[in-house]
Write a protein that binds this ligand. Structure first.
Ligand code: 5AD
Ligand code: SF4
Length: 474
């Protein structure tokens, strides 16, 4: 039997009492401002931070100048995200100068790296606390320590691998959509990736806790739920024994209600035919809980030597056979992927192998990243780092290829009717609304706000690489 990873009831009570203590101190209205970088897991963590903050009397504001508490939830996956978080932290210095009782805390993956921790301690003396992702449930305690002891605190412990259920969550994704974490951490140690060092070892939530949360969300009117984990395919709770992610999906689909379940991220080494069969057997439908017709399957590279150097533990043949099986079972499935361009030692021929796989699979969308050296990971030590200009040039070629494929694939929908869940006003053109199809395509259309949170049918008139344009069908 695996070790129980829940925090103890004593620990939970302790945090609840810190929340009550701070709430009692906050006799006047207090405000929290949060800025979140990085992946959906971070978005979900921010919802927990905001949930706890709300219980302590902090209302959310969108203007940092008004805040009594500023939280920066950081990402460490690429250097760019770290530099942005540090520059934003720098901008908050003037807020502290104006309001010396302001509390500034940095959470998330960036602070769990020794070198960043030391750097922030020294160079950002106005930051009051640093809190690592594995200790997020101790947010009330660290805030109370800062307030009562008037000192700075730095709590980082990536080796603590616990799960805290029953802490409050303030959902932000939008009325009809929600994130649900099913597991935390990662055991894979891909050689380029910092995540296992900052988010700790894999631990899975109890199926019952996940099912209860989803049941409550559906009862609240949520229609789209994204299950989160660094590698959801290795979901493995303490009990029942041999229960896996496919079993969890089957149990979720047996609940009452109507919703679409998305999940991310999958690892090709762990994605099984059993999982694909469960997805195929549970399509989205009226009055049912079904699984999205979109599968995000990170390839990273199409070259077997590079995949080995990345410690991915699959080869391109295994990957392509998974894709074939998926398409055989679900011809309409949208497949998306992550690609890293310019991994150390990647040659031109090896990069071309990636382009070949892209042309073979014909992805619906690709999230592509220029390799970023991460301190402490094996790839950072490799000789033959690829020069920046070659990385950028490869990236351009990849984007051109995928742009053409995405546009062609989207063009197939012109003249057809697609069903979608209306999400809200378009970010690029507020005169339009957007809806998301069951295979994750975005449709822009004209309509009124009463449609938000509802399913509707759309006649598609125009297609671009990343979006569709359509008309509401009555
Ligand atoms: N450099 C560039 N991209 C990275 N990713 C993870 N680590 C790095 C890195 N060091 C990408 C991978 C992963 C996605 C979330 O981020 O493609 O799937
Ligand atoms: Fe990083 Fe690999 Fe784990 Fe994904 S599976 S979080 S890329 S180590």
């Amino acid at each position: 039997m695996k070790k129980n990873v829940q925090i103890s009831s004593v620990e939970l009570e302790k945090q609840i009492s810190f929340m009550a203590q701070i709430k009692a101190l906050n006799t006047e209205e207090k405000y929290v401002y949060i800025q979140t970088f990085g992946c959906q897991q971070n978005e979900a963590d921010s919802e927990r931070l905001l949930g706890m903050a709300a219980q302590m009397g902090y209302m959310r504001v969108s203007d940092a100048e008004k805040a009594d508490l500023i939280l920066i939830n950081t990402c460490a996956v690429r250097e760019h995200a770290e530099l942005k978080a540090l520059s934003i932290t720098g901008n908050f210095k003037h807020c502290k100068e104006k309001n010396p009782s302001l509390i500034i805390g940095i959470c998330g993956c960036m602070v769990s790296q020794e070198h960043r921790l030391g750097d922030i301690k020294k160079r950002y003396p106005y930051v009051d606390f640093l809190l690592g992702t594995t200790l997020i449930h101790r947010f009330p305690e660290i805030l109370s320590s800062v307030i009562t002891q008037k000192k700075r605190f730095f709590w980082i412990d990536p080796d603590t691998a616990v799960i805290a259920e029953e802490l409050p969550v303030q959902r932000e994704k939008g009325g009809s959509s929600a994130w649900v974490s099913v597991m935390y951490g990662c055991n894979n140690f891909c050689t380029y990736c910092i995540v296992p060092y900052v988010r700790g070892r894999e631990r899975s939530r109890r199926p019952q806790a996940i099912l209860d949360e989803i049941r409550a969300l559906i009862a609240d009117g949520v229609k789209e739920i994204t299950l989160l984990g660094q590698n959801v395919n290795s979901y493995s709770p303490c009990e029942p024994e041999d229960y896996d992610f496919s079993d969890l999906l089957t149990d979720i689909c047996a609940l009452e209600g109507e919703a679409i379940i998305h999940f991310m991220t999958s690892h090709p080494k762990d994605a099984t035919h059993k999982l694909i069969d469960v997805i195929a057997a549970n399509p989205p439908a009226k009055n049912k809980i079904g699984i999205s017709r979109r599968f995000h399957l990170p390839l990273q590279s199409g070259n077997d030597r590079i995949l080995k150097a990345m410690n991915r533990r699959y080869d391109s043949a295994r990957y392509l056979s998974l894709v074939s099986y998926m398409r055989e079972k679900m011809p309409d499935i949208a497949i998306t992927t992550d690609i890293i361009v310019g991994f150390p030692t990647e040659t031109e021929e090896e990069f071309q192998d990636t382009l070949k796989v892209i042309s073979t699979v014909r992805y619906d969308n690709i999230y592509s990243f220029i390799y970023s050296k991460r301190n402490g990971t094996p790839a950072a030590e490799m000789e033959d780092q690829v020069p920046d200009e070659i990385k950028s040039e490869r990236m351009r070629r990849l984007l051109d290829l995928q742009g053409a494929i995405s546009k062609e694939k989207n063009s197939d929908y012109v003249g057809k009717v697609l069903r979608g869940l209306v999400e809200g006003r378009s970010k690029t053109n507020p005169l339009r609304l957007t809806a998301r199809t069951e295979n994750n395509r975005l449709i822009h259309f004209e309509g009124d706000d009463s449609l938000i949170g509802e399913y509707a049918d759309f006649f598609i008139e125009e297609a671009e690489a990343h979006e569709l344009f359509g008309k509401l069908v009555k």
